[in-house]
Ligand binder design. Structure first.
Ligand code: UDX
Length: 457
């Protein structure tokens, strides 16, 4: 919405939320306090805030004034009830739709921006239709058009993804509404990149795009294990297969498993949807993408324990990176959570570092595992931003996020501060093995077949 306001100065954009603390943070004079860390975002907020971009808790007023309402609330995986563990919880979508029904006036275009299971637009439409019917004879006659326009941005590159998207998707039946939204996007996006579909295709495309991307990662991560076992190198394999234009070069970096708020949730949704329609084989097929992802996280934790003589009890392990990827402070579903928890359960003393994630966030994530496991936590953890303090006397460094500052570290000199024998586990392939030559360090890297390399660098 901030990018939309930036590109369309004559459109007034008001962001509303029931969370007053969050709205206050968006309005904070100190732009360092914005609730989201995203490169380039501060500048856009600075340019537009209180001009045509507003943040407010006055939900009724904003809806009443609006010609177009974007529903962009979260749709987390349900924790209980029917479909628990798979289906999306649509309570926020539903309550937003009810608020739109209650407070709108005249004709309102409602755009479903949240990622939702297929046919959610129908739920929104049903709620709004009731309100249309009830208002028919009143002074405030209400009408609605519902569109689906899922968001494809990735965190960390959000501003560029919004300014130069590969495509924008608009799903709907009402041509006038479709044109109105299309015209807004056409202000900065070439018209051939704006795709029109029916509502259900639009909703399903978002789930499918994320499932395909995640599937690619599980595929390359599965092959990373085979590389390690055979002596092949994952980046050589990735380069070789990526050179085939039908496969393509992007999204082939093997890692500790994918995280983020979308992939797992959307696949679970797809799995649930397929089951619901009786497509059990299709459902099992997509679920395997998650099985491989969980396996990748577990196998990394367990190989760390195994390499450290089968025990990490009371050993200091430096964890580099807690966000689910670089350039974001988001930790949702980060592979660091499950790897850290596994190491803690094995008695490790973790020293965690991350340039953007705050310790209270880590605290929340590490204790979000089911309560049974929490009581089993045997190790301990602490946090520092100072990398030298982080590695001092550590038995191992585990790189989990590819922050630029880690790529620039002098790991040879860090190895001198560590307890011997010292290990580096590089799950993001950010260290060149040549840079460690002569350091005496033991080195494990994702997808690196060790058969061709020395055991100690
Ligand atoms: C994803 C989709 O990319 C985006 O289109 C959708 O709208 C939301 O979900 P996001 O979760 O923000 O975006 O990040 P993404 O860049 O896709 O990364 C997801 C995870 O995959 C991260 O943990 C990342 O580290 C990992 N990843 C990504 C890899 O391990 N290797 C890669 O080559 C790319």
């Amino acid at each position: 919405m901030a990018v939309l306001a930036d590109r369309c100065k004559e459109i007034k954009v008001t962001l509303v939320d029931i969370d007053e603390k969050r709205i206050n943070a968006w309005n904070d004079d100190d732009l360092g306090n914005l609730p989201v860390y995203e490169p380039g975002l501060k500048a856009i907020i600075r340019r537009n805030r209180n001009k045509n971009l507003f943040f407010s808790c006055e939900i009724a007023k904003a809806i009443k004034e609006a010609d177009m309402v974007f529903i962009s609330v979260n749709t987390p995986t349900k924790k209980s009830g029917f479909g628990a563990g798979y289906a999306s919880d649509l309570k926020w979508v539903e309550s937003s739709a009810r608020q739109v029904a209650d407070f709108s006036s005249g004709h309102t275009i409602v755009v479903e921006k949240s990622t939702v299971p297929v046919r959610t637009a129908e739920l929104i439409q049903d709620i709004l239709s009731d309100s249309e019917n009830n208002s028919r004879d009143s002074n405030n006659k209400k009408t609605f058009s519902v569109l689906s326009s899922p968001e494809f941005l990735a965190e960390g590159t959000a501003i560029n993804d919004l300014e130069n998207p590969d495509r924008v998707l608009i799903g709907g039946e009402d041509n006038d509404a479709i044109k109105s939204l299309g015209k807004i996007y056409e202000r900065w996006i070439p018209s051939e990149k704006i795709l029109f579909t029916n509502v259900w295709s639009s909703e399903l495309s978002k789930l499918t795009a994320n499932a395909f991307l995640a599937q690619r990662l599980s595929s390359i991560n599965a092959i990373s294990a085979l590389c390690e076992a055979t002596g092949a190198e994952i980046n050589e394999v990735a380069n070789a297969i990526g050179a085939d234009k039908r496969i393509g070069k992007k999204f082939l970096a093997a890692g500790p498993g994918f995280g983020g708020s979308c992939f797992q949730k959307d696949i679970l949704n797809l799995v649930y949807l397929c089951k619901y329609y009786g497509l059990d084989t299709v459902s099992n097929y997509w679920e395997q993408v998650l099985t491989v992802n969980n396996w990748q996280k577990e196998r990394i934790a367990s190989l760390i324990v195994e390499k450290l003589f089968g025990t990490v009890t009371n050993k200091k392990i430096a964890l580099f990176g807690f966000s689910f990827k670089a350039n974001t402070n988001d930790t949702r579903e980060s592979p660091s959570i499950s790897i850290a928890n596994d190491l803690l359960e094995n008695g490790a003393n973790l020293m965690i570092t991350d340039p953007q994630v705050l310790p209270h966030q880590i605290e929340k994530e590490l204790h979000s595992r089911d309560s049974e496991t929490i009581t089993d936590l045997k190790g301990s953890w602490s946090f520092t931003k100072n990398l030298e303090e982080c590695v001092k006397d550590a038995d191992a460094i585990v790189i989990l996020t590819s922050w630029k500052e880690y790529e620039e570290c002098d790991f040879r000199s860090y190895s001198k501060l560590m307890r011997k024998p010292s290990w580096i586990f590089d799950t993001r392939k950010i260290i060149s093995k040549d840079s460690l030559k002569g350091s005496g360090i033991k080195f494990w890297q994702i997808g690196m077949g060790t058969l061709n390399y020395p055991k100690v660098f």
